[in-house]
Write a protein that binds this ligand. Structure first.
Ligand SMILES: *Cc1c(COP(=O)(O)O)cnc(C)c1O
Length: 493
């Protein structure tokens, strides 16, 4: 299996290891496989009896053909071990007759990003060997909170990589700061900067683009790499949990082999829902895909009108991981629907005018699979409360956006097939907002909200967030933005 750029009409020539190492294609496009492998109903039925790591290795081996099945199974077994994913990697929990919650947050940071970030560093580590790279990869991350922590946990103690995370000292929550400051691992470093998230991100971008830094690093035996969400190594592992969810529907007698089911995905960068699309193209019997957004409803508008227009207000919501104006992975769907030439033109227009429109026949093709719905802040809070009161299910803010979107879709279409709703964060990650939605009271503080939510709902605080205040602080340095490069050299030197 070879890979190519979404913007190029050249033959595919890159191996999976090469694209995982490189991240972004040299023409600015995203890497896509030259064809989509098939998954038969017999294979799916055989996977019903298997564990999550086996399901993952089987699906990944169809795309990463330059990795052996044994290598993939070893990596998946370590990545999705019971010790880090307590209670299983992607359990399917019944909300009511028709709705199921696919809980993707049982990993070491209680967030959905763990599903990809626990496996991707292992794939990168092998990619270095496979491509003959002798240097160590240095991953630099600027974070506004959650991604930094998930990346630290993912890269921790993986061979041939080191990771350094920068965060704005006053720009993350107390829980997020504690999570990063108490990070363990031999190959990790965390540094706060005086400034906001943009300062951190621009600082990292400058370091990436600085050829003097690159050569100094090279002398020490390192090269820069990124943990970017558009990396194929982060996308491919996300196909697995859709297959796994269907296995669980079959095993639980909720579907018969061949019956279709729908999915609803709280969407930001369009990676998660695009993985569902790939699963469907492989042969998984997915019916319709509901793309759920919050008040930043650029994707809802796109799926209804065919125009993607980022010239609009940006809102900060209680589902911050979906606060986004550019959904990078949508480019991959455009490529599979409209081809590389049109995709390159759309992306060029997006860059120059902040806007593009797809042709009516392209929109019609996309709408055969996808519908967009959005949920505002008041509806999000109401959904958390009502889902808890009616069904005893406690959803986080992102999951609630999706539950409400799924309800709207069912109301409008009458589609009665099982609906798998991706649950992308533990309610405890957003304990303040969830506590307020359930009780209509305000918690004393963010840390106390964890205990208050637990007492109120009789549910357990997930292990990554429990006892945070008592853990040992390993990182407490704070630097100016101008000192970021020096901090990097200090770390490797
Ligand atoms: C990243 C994230 C999303 C959005 O996923 P995409 O793949 O970017 O669409 C949704 N919810 C949570 C909690 C996330 O962390």
């Amino acid at each position: 299996m070879f890979y190519k750029s979404t913007r190029s009409n050249q033959k595919a020539t890159e191996t999976a290891a090469q694209v995982i190492k490189q991240g972004l294609a040299s023409d600015g496009g995203l890497f896509v496989p030259e064809s989509i492998p098939t998954l038969t109903m017999e294979e799916i039925q055989a996977l019903c009896k298997e564990s999550y790591p086996v399901r993952a290795a089987t699906v990944l081996s169809k795309f990463l053909t330059d990795y052996t099945y044994e290598e993939l199974l070893e990596d998946c077994t370590k990545a999705y071990a019971e010790t880090s994913f307590v209670g299983g990697a992607a359990p399917l929990v019944n909300i009511h007759d028709q709705f199921y919650s696919l809980e993707l947050w049982h990993g070491p940071t209680a967030a959905f990003k763990d599903m990809a970030l626990q496996i991707m560093p292992r794939l990168l580590s092998r990619a270095l060997v496979k491509t003959g790279e002798e240097r160590t990869a240095l991953i630099l991350v600027a974070t506004s909170g959650d991604t930094g922590k998930a990346a630290l946990e993912g890269y921790k103690d993986v061979d041939r990589v080191k990771i350094m995370v920068f965060y704005p000292v006053d720009g993350v929550s107390r829980v997020q700061k504690l999570q990063m400051a108490t990070q363990t691992g031999e190959n990790v470093n965390v540094c706060a900067i005086r400034g906001n998230f943009d300062d951190a991100q621009n600082g990292v971008k400058e370091i990436f683009g600085d050829s003097k830094m690159a050569s100094k690093l090279n002398e020490q035996g390192y090269f820069f790499s990124s943990a970017n969400s558009i990396n194929w190594g982060r996308l491919a592992p996300q196909i697995v949990y859709y297959v796994s969810a269907y296995c669980d529907l079959l095993t639980g007698g909720k579907c018969k082999p061949g019956d279709t089911f729908n999915v609803c995905v709280p969407t930001g960068n369009f990676g998660n829902i695009f993985a569902a699309y790939l699963a469907k193209q492989m042969g998984l019997p997915i019916g319709h895909m509901v793309c759920a957004s919050n008040t930043n409803n650029i994707l809802t508008d796109f799926l209804r009108t065919g125009t993607y227009d980022r010239n609009r207000d940006f809102y900060m919501t209680m589902s911050p991981s979906m606060d986004i104006l550019i959904s990078s992975n949508l480019e991959r769907l455009l490529y599979f629907t409209a081809g590389s030439e049109k995709t390159a033109a759309y992306m060029d227009a997006l860059k120059k005018q902040g806007c593009y429109s797809v042709e009516p026949e392209i929109l019609a093709e996309i709408r055969k699979n996808f519908s967009g719905y959005f949920t505002d802040e008041a509806e999000t809070a109401k959904t958390i409360r009502e889902t808890y009161q009616s069904y005893g299910y406690l959803a986080d803010t992102h999951t609630a956006v999706a539950i409400h979107a799924a309800e709207e879709y069912v109301r409008e279409t009458g589609d009665a097939r099982p609906m798998v709703i991706d649950s992308t964060a533990s309610p405890y990650k957003f304990a303040n907002d969830v506590y307020r939605a359930v009780t209509e009271k305000t918690a004393h503080s963010e840390l106390e909200a964890l205990d208050q939510l637990s007492a109120e709902t009789n549910t357990e605080i997930p292990y990554p967030l429990a006892g945070l205040a008592k853990r040992k602080v390993n990182f407490d340095s704070v630097v100016d933005r101008e000192q970021m490069a020096a901090a990097v050299l200090d770390y490797v030197g």
